[in-house]
Design a protein around this ligand. Structure first.
Ligand SMILES: Cc1cc2nc3c(=O)[nH]c(=O)nc-3n(C[C@H](O)[C@H](O)[C@H](O)COP(=O)(O)O)c2cc1C
Length: 195
Protein backbone atom coordinates (compact mmCIF):
# COMPACT_ATOMS: atom_id res chain seq x y z
CA UNK A 1 0.00 0.00 0.00
CA UNK A 2 1.35 3.47 -0.94
CA UNK A 3 1.64 6.06 1.80
CA UNK A 4 0.33 9.42 0.55
CA UNK A 5 0.80 12.14 3.18
CA UNK A 6 -1.46 14.61 1.33
CA UNK A 7 -4.43 12.22 1.63
CA UNK A 8 -5.98 12.30 5.14
CA UNK A 9 -7.11 8.68 4.73
CA UNK A 10 -3.71 7.46 3.73
CA UNK A 11 -2.10 5.16 6.35
CA UNK A 12 0.96 6.38 8.28
CA UNK A 13 2.70 3.03 7.74
CA UNK A 14 2.43 0.10 5.37
CA UNK A 15 -0.69 -1.99 6.13
CA UNK A 16 -3.00 -4.31 4.25
CA UNK A 17 -5.51 -2.27 2.26
CA UNK A 18 -8.41 -4.17 3.89
CA UNK A 19 -8.10 -1.97 6.98
CA UNK A 20 -8.60 1.25 5.01
CA UNK A 21 -11.20 -0.33 2.80
CA UNK A 22 -13.50 -0.99 5.76
CA UNK A 23 -15.69 1.91 6.78
CA UNK A 24 -19.24 2.48 7.96
CA UNK A 25 -21.61 3.81 5.32
CA UNK A 26 -25.31 4.48 5.91
CA UNK A 27 -26.63 4.23 2.33
CA UNK A 28 -27.55 0.59 1.75
CA UNK A 29 -29.15 -1.33 -1.07
CA UNK A 30 -32.14 -3.26 0.31
CA UNK A 31 -31.52 -6.31 -1.92
CA UNK A 32 -31.51 -9.36 0.38
CA UNK A 33 -28.18 -11.05 0.99
CA UNK A 34 -27.73 -14.69 -0.03
CA UNK A 35 -27.57 -17.47 2.55
CA UNK A 36 -23.94 -18.06 1.49
CA UNK A 37 -23.05 -14.42 2.24
CA UNK A 38 -24.74 -14.53 5.63
CA UNK A 39 -23.06 -17.81 6.55
CA UNK A 40 -19.70 -16.42 5.46
CA UNK A 41 -20.09 -13.38 7.74
CA UNK A 42 -20.84 -15.49 10.80
CA UNK A 43 -18.13 -18.01 9.91
CA UNK A 44 -15.51 -15.24 9.89
CA UNK A 45 -16.71 -14.13 13.33
CA UNK A 46 -16.57 -17.73 14.59
CA UNK A 47 -12.79 -17.88 14.12
CA UNK A 48 -12.12 -14.91 16.37
CA UNK A 49 -9.85 -15.34 19.40
CA UNK A 50 -11.31 -15.23 22.89
CA UNK A 51 -10.28 -15.57 26.51
CA UNK A 52 -10.18 -19.32 27.41
CA UNK A 53 -11.61 -19.85 23.90
CA UNK A 54 -14.98 -19.18 25.54
CA UNK A 55 -16.40 -17.61 22.34
CA UNK A 56 -18.83 -15.48 24.37
CA UNK A 57 -20.38 -13.73 21.34
CA UNK A 58 -23.90 -14.39 20.13
CA UNK A 59 -25.31 -12.81 16.98
CA UNK A 60 -29.10 -12.52 16.77
CA UNK A 61 -30.02 -11.50 13.23
CA UNK A 62 -33.01 -10.36 11.19
CA UNK A 63 -33.60 -10.76 7.46
CA UNK A 64 -37.39 -11.14 7.15
CA UNK A 65 -39.47 -7.96 6.91
CA UNK A 66 -41.14 -8.82 10.20
CA UNK A 67 -37.91 -9.39 12.12
CA UNK A 68 -36.21 -6.35 10.60
CA UNK A 69 -39.07 -4.11 11.57
CA UNK A 70 -38.95 -5.51 15.14
CA UNK A 71 -35.17 -4.88 15.30
CA UNK A 72 -35.63 -1.38 13.83
CA UNK A 73 -38.04 -0.50 16.61
CA UNK A 74 -35.21 -0.81 19.18
CA UNK A 75 -32.89 1.60 17.31
CA UNK A 76 -32.74 5.32 17.99
CA UNK A 77 -34.49 7.47 15.38
CA UNK A 78 -31.25 8.61 13.77
CA UNK A 79 -30.28 5.02 13.04
CA UNK A 80 -33.81 3.98 12.04
CA UNK A 81 -33.66 6.65 9.31
CA UNK A 82 -31.00 4.76 7.37
CA UNK A 83 -31.45 1.21 8.71
CA UNK A 84 -34.89 0.88 7.09
CA UNK A 85 -33.08 -0.03 3.86
CA UNK A 86 -30.64 -2.48 5.42
CA UNK A 87 -31.21 -6.12 4.37
CA UNK A 88 -29.43 -7.71 7.36
CA UNK A 89 -29.71 -6.30 10.87
CA UNK A 90 -28.32 -7.91 13.96
CA UNK A 91 -27.56 -7.45 17.61
CA UNK A 92 -24.27 -8.64 19.01
CA UNK A 93 -24.57 -10.08 22.50
CA UNK A 94 -21.90 -11.41 24.80
CA UNK A 95 -22.26 -13.96 27.56
CA UNK A 96 -21.45 -12.37 30.91
CA UNK A 97 -20.01 -15.47 32.62
CA UNK A 98 -17.72 -18.31 31.59
CA UNK A 99 -19.62 -21.53 30.97
CA UNK A 100 -16.78 -23.69 32.35
CA UNK A 101 -16.80 -22.20 35.86
CA UNK A 102 -19.67 -19.68 36.00
CA UNK A 103 -17.28 -16.83 36.91
CA UNK A 104 -17.65 -13.35 35.44
CA UNK A 105 -15.90 -13.02 32.07
CA UNK A 106 -14.47 -9.51 32.17
CA UNK A 107 -13.00 -9.97 28.70
CA UNK A 108 -16.21 -10.96 26.92
CA UNK A 109 -16.78 -7.46 25.44
CA UNK A 110 -13.20 -7.46 24.16
CA UNK A 111 -13.79 -10.83 22.46
CA UNK A 112 -17.14 -9.75 21.03
CA UNK A 113 -15.35 -6.72 19.56
CA UNK A 114 -12.87 -9.02 17.85
CA UNK A 115 -15.74 -11.08 16.40
CA UNK A 116 -17.43 -7.92 15.10
CA UNK A 117 -14.24 -6.79 13.37
CA UNK A 118 -13.73 -10.20 11.76
CA UNK A 119 -17.25 -9.96 10.40
CA UNK A 120 -16.75 -6.38 9.20
CA UNK A 121 -13.59 -7.34 7.30
CA UNK A 122 -15.25 -10.41 5.81
CA UNK A 123 -18.16 -8.21 4.72
CA UNK A 124 -15.74 -6.19 2.57
CA UNK A 125 -14.36 -9.39 1.07
CA UNK A 126 -17.94 -10.13 -0.04
CA UNK A 127 -18.40 -6.63 -1.50
CA UNK A 128 -20.56 -5.64 1.48
CA UNK A 129 -20.21 -3.15 4.33
CA UNK A 130 -20.95 -3.61 8.02
CA UNK A 131 -21.88 -0.69 10.28
CA UNK A 132 -21.97 -1.07 14.08
CA UNK A 133 -24.32 0.98 16.25
CA UNK A 134 -24.56 1.87 19.91
CA UNK A 135 -27.64 3.95 19.14
CA UNK A 136 -30.38 1.66 20.38
CA UNK A 137 -32.51 1.34 23.47
CA UNK A 138 -31.08 -1.41 25.64
CA UNK A 139 -34.43 -1.92 27.34
CA UNK A 140 -36.21 -2.26 24.01
CA UNK A 141 -33.52 -4.58 22.66
CA UNK A 142 -33.76 -6.89 25.69
CA UNK A 143 -37.49 -6.99 25.23
CA UNK A 144 -37.71 -7.58 21.47
CA UNK A 145 -34.97 -10.21 21.53
CA UNK A 146 -36.25 -11.85 24.68
CA UNK A 147 -32.68 -12.00 26.06
CA UNK A 148 -32.00 -12.80 29.73
CA UNK A 149 -30.22 -9.67 31.04
CA UNK A 150 -28.45 -11.58 33.81
CA UNK A 151 -26.77 -13.83 31.22
CA UNK A 152 -26.06 -11.59 28.24
CA UNK A 153 -24.95 -8.02 27.64
CA UNK A 154 -26.08 -6.44 24.37
CA UNK A 155 -22.99 -4.83 22.91
CA UNK A 156 -24.11 -3.36 19.60
CA UNK A 157 -26.55 -3.39 16.75
CA UNK A 158 -25.00 -4.09 13.34
CA UNK A 159 -26.22 -3.31 9.83
CA UNK A 160 -24.84 -5.24 6.85
CA UNK A 161 -25.51 -4.90 3.15
CA UNK A 162 -24.28 -3.64 -0.17
CA UNK A 163 -23.68 0.10 -0.47
CA UNK A 164 -26.03 2.35 -2.39
CA UNK A 165 -25.65 5.91 -3.67
CA UNK A 166 -25.86 8.51 -0.85
CA UNK A 167 -28.87 10.00 -2.70
CA UNK A 168 -31.07 7.27 -1.20
CA UNK A 169 -30.57 8.84 2.25
CA UNK A 170 -32.37 11.76 3.89
CA UNK A 171 -30.33 14.91 3.09
CA UNK A 172 -28.87 15.39 6.58
CA UNK A 173 -27.68 11.77 6.71
CA UNK A 174 -26.32 11.85 3.15
CA UNK A 175 -24.07 14.78 4.11
CA UNK A 176 -22.24 12.48 6.58
CA UNK A 177 -21.70 9.69 4.05
CA UNK A 178 -17.90 9.84 3.94
CA UNK A 179 -15.19 7.59 5.34
CA UNK A 180 -13.71 8.98 8.56
CA UNK A 181 -10.14 9.92 9.27
CA UNK A 182 -8.14 8.90 12.34
CA UNK A 183 -6.08 10.59 15.06
CA UNK A 184 -2.32 10.43 14.48
CA UNK A 185 -0.79 7.11 15.48
CA UNK A 186 1.42 8.84 18.07
CA UNK A 187 -1.77 9.65 20.07
CA UNK A 188 -2.57 5.96 20.55
CA UNK A 189 0.80 4.34 21.19
CA UNK A 190 3.26 4.71 24.09
CA UNK A 191 6.53 2.92 24.49
CA UNK A 192 7.47 1.51 27.87
CA UNK A 193 5.02 3.25 30.22
CA UNK A 194 1.91 5.40 30.29
CA UNK A 195 3.61 8.78 30.68
C1 LIG B 1 -19.58 0.39 19.09
C2 LIG B 1 -19.91 1.33 17.95
C3 LIG B 1 -21.05 2.10 18.03
C4 LIG B 1 -21.43 2.92 16.97
N1 LIG B 1 -22.65 3.56 16.99
C5 LIG B 1 -23.10 4.16 15.87
C6 LIG B 1 -24.45 4.60 15.79
O1 LIG B 1 -25.26 4.44 16.71
N2 LIG B 1 -24.84 5.20 14.64
C7 LIG B 1 -24.00 5.38 13.57
O2 LIG B 1 -24.44 5.90 12.53
N3 LIG B 1 -22.71 4.95 13.62
C8 LIG B 1 -22.25 4.33 14.73
N4 LIG B 1 -20.98 3.83 14.77
C9 LIG B 1 -20.07 4.03 13.64
C10 LIG B 1 -18.90 4.94 14.04
O3 LIG B 1 -19.36 6.26 14.06
C11 LIG B 1 -17.75 4.72 13.05
O4 LIG B 1 -17.29 3.38 13.16
C12 LIG B 1 -16.60 5.65 13.36
O5 LIG B 1 -16.98 6.98 13.12
C13 LIG B 1 -15.39 5.31 12.51
O6 LIG B 1 -15.74 5.39 11.16
P1 LIG B 1 -15.59 4.17 10.14
O7 LIG B 1 -16.24 2.96 10.77
O8 LIG B 1 -16.33 4.63 8.91
O9 LIG B 1 -14.14 3.95 9.92
C14 LIG B 1 -20.58 3.02 15.84
C15 LIG B 1 -19.40 2.28 15.78
C16 LIG B 1 -19.08 1.43 16.81
C17 LIG B 1 -17.83 0.58 16.70
Amino acid sequence: MTIDRSNPRSPEADIDSMFIDRWSPRAFDPTPLTDDQIESLFEAARWSPSCYNAQPWLFVYAVTAEDRSRFLSALVEGNQAWCRRVPLLMFLLCRRNFTHNGKENRHAPFDAGAAWMAMALQARRLGLHAHAMAGFSREAAYEILDVPDDQYDIMAAIAVGRRAEPGVLPEAVAAKELPNNRKPRQDMVREGRFS
